[in-house]
Design a protein around this ligand. Structure first.
Ligand SMILES: [Zn+2]
Ligand SMILES: [Zn+2]
Length: 528
């Protein structure tokens, strides 16, 4: 069947001019031009002046965590220990025998009374394991039943102790084990519901491709060998039933040897959150890893963060990935972590020049050294950025400035500098840290507080379309509205290419393979 979309502004994102009409046949783009005429039997759809851009991809999401918040429930609004106890008591009562209670987004920093601890959870139940993940998933609070079920009722360095007693709080390795325990407790039906919930959120924001970073990070420091990624293996069978494309990034990277398993399973991209360092902006608890900086933090907590893996291990991860034809992504936030990745990749391409055809990516890449911006460009390393973090934490009075001082905080998220150096920018959200919402990401890249780092709307759009397609190795099929490509596109209200209209832009419809997947219930925006 042929469909002609007329009276719109089609933005092909392939370097050709915008056009008034687009012809789609059998799920693919046939033509984009001003003067397309419907032939016999062509179905005609009037776009009423709205703008059409390629469907978005979000290249950094944690799909399971995103869906779990919907299916299990979020504690984001909880503000006191008493309120938390009530919620948990009901959850325990509703739990079938042998089940566990999982809740997400515990925001203890905003509790009006005090921080909840294990004793509060034990007062609710000592029998049913309770795992509460803190907002951002960097820490979790467990009751004693969960502690013993996971095997954390021994001395583990990343289990918090006060006066010789466990407080129930975990971070780092122990937190990863707690999250793995929580996710693997999902039933098959719950996994299907979790994936579906995340896909539904994506579709409403114009996203038809999600990079899902899935797997326990529990072995990354321990170097466990030979573990399969059960987390991902249980998710894979339901991905085919989703209305969108999910690119699974196996992140069960306990050792470089895991790359052989990942390649054998047919995956071409992996990692995304192979942790080279910690965090810069997120609310952390003492002991949590911080981003590895060149100079000390400015927040009075001392130190300059540290690298989580040694140089040889990082090189070995990238070398194994290259040998198996896998494009690997690593979480690198601070200058030293970014440099460590680039150093390692330089060694790989020196040894194996063929590796240059791969798309290794630095995820987050918040604070690169000046010289590393050019180096990333010449090495062909992609930067997978989440611009909303800059909006949330950047600027002279933002959280970054509090941590590293105002001068260095002007050097976070170097969108334009990276682009000028020839680096392919890739857009994402780090959902559930931020919402899956590419239009918000695009807006944040366009209004960076440092004017010289701002992107134009078209450049920012490319992060979530053409750049994203490249990161997934999907550029033959996606990313632009060129003849022959898949008819995955979104209809937007307003003009996304006009910076003044960008904030008001909304996703009106999401189309996949030439079929309407989703339509906004909101009334049609007035025409200009
Ligand atoms: Zn990360
Ligand atoms: Zn992440």
């Amino acid at each position: 069947m042929r469909t002609l979309f007329t009276h719109g502004t089609i933005v092909p994102m392939d370097g050709t001019a915008t056009a008034l009409a687009m012809l789609v046949e059998d799920g693919r783009i046939l033509a984009v031009a001003d003067d397309l005429r419907p032939g016999d039997g062509t179905h005609v759809i009037d776009l009423h002046g709205h703008t059409v851009v390629p469907a978005f991809a979000d290249c950094h999401t944690h799909l399971t965590f995103t869906g779990c918040q919907v299916v299990d429930g979020s504690l984001a609004g909880c503000r006191s220990v008493a309120e938390l106890s009530d919620v948990l008591l009901q959850a325990v009562r509703a739990q079938p025998a042998g089940g566990i209670v999982r809740r997400w987004n515990l925001d203890d920093a905003r509790f009006a009374d005090r921080r909840p601890v294990q004793a509060d959870l034990d007062a609710v139940s000592r029998a049913v394991p309770i795992v509460l993940s803190r907002v951002g998933n960097g820490a979790s609070l467990l009751n004693s039943a969960a502690m013993s079920a996971i095997g954390l009722d021994r001395t583990v360095p990343t289990v918090e102790m006060r006066d010789g007693e466990r407080t129930g709080w975990t971070w780092g390795e122990a937190n990863h084990e707690a999250l793995e325990f929580a996710v693997l407790s999902l039933t098959d039906a719950e996994i299907a519901a979790v994936a579906r919930a995340a896909a539904d959120l994506a579709v409403q924001e114009g996203v038809t491709t999600l990079h899902a970073i899935e797997g326990s990070f529990a072995g990354q420091a321990a170097g466990d060998r030979g573990r399969s990624n059960q987390w991902l293996e249980r998710l894979l069978p339901v991905l085919g039933d989703l209305p969108i494309t999910v690119v699974p990034l196996d992140s069960q990277l306990d050792s470089p040897a895991d790359l052989a398993r990942i390649a054998a399973n047919g995956h071409k991209v992996a990692g995304g959150d192979l942790f080279l360092d910690g965090v810069l902006g997120a609310a952390y608890i003492s002991g949590m890893a911080r981003a590895a900086l060149d100079d000390p933090y400015a927040d009075g907590q001392g130190g300059s963060g540290h690298l989580l893996l040694d140089d040889a291990t990082v090189t070995s991860f990238l070398m194994e990935a290259a040998r198996h034809g896998v494009s690997l992504g690593a979480h690198a936030v601070g200058e030293r972590a970014i440099a460590q990745f680039l150093d390692a990749w330089e060694r790989v391409v020196d040894a194996e020049p063929e590796a240059r055809r791969l798309r290794p990516r630095i995820d987050h890449g918040i604070l690169p050294r000046e010289a590393d911006i050019d180096r990333a460009g010449s090495l062909g390393v992609l930067f997978s950025l989440q611009p909303v973090f800059e909006r949330r934490s950047g600027g002279p009075s933002g959280q970054y400035a509090g941590r590293i001082g105002p001068a260095r905080s002007r050097r976070t998220h170097r969108f334009r500098s990276l682009l000028r150096a020839g680096v392919t920018l890739v857009g994402g959200s780090d959902s559930p840290m931020n919402r899956i919402a590419p239009l918000e990401g695009i807006g944040a890249a366009v209004d960076h507080s440092v004017e010289s780092e701002r992107l134009t709307p078209l450049e920012a759009l490319a992060m979530f379309t053409t750049g994203a397609a490249k990161a997934g190795g999907l550029e033959q099929e996606r990313g632009t509205l060129s003849p022959g490509k898949l008819a995955d596109f979104v209809v937007l209200t307003g003009d996304p290419l006009d910076p003044r209209q960008l904030e008001a832009c909304r996703v009106r419809e999401t189309w996949r393979l030439g079929r309407k997947l989703w339509v906004s219930a909101a009334p049609r925006a007035p025409l200009i």
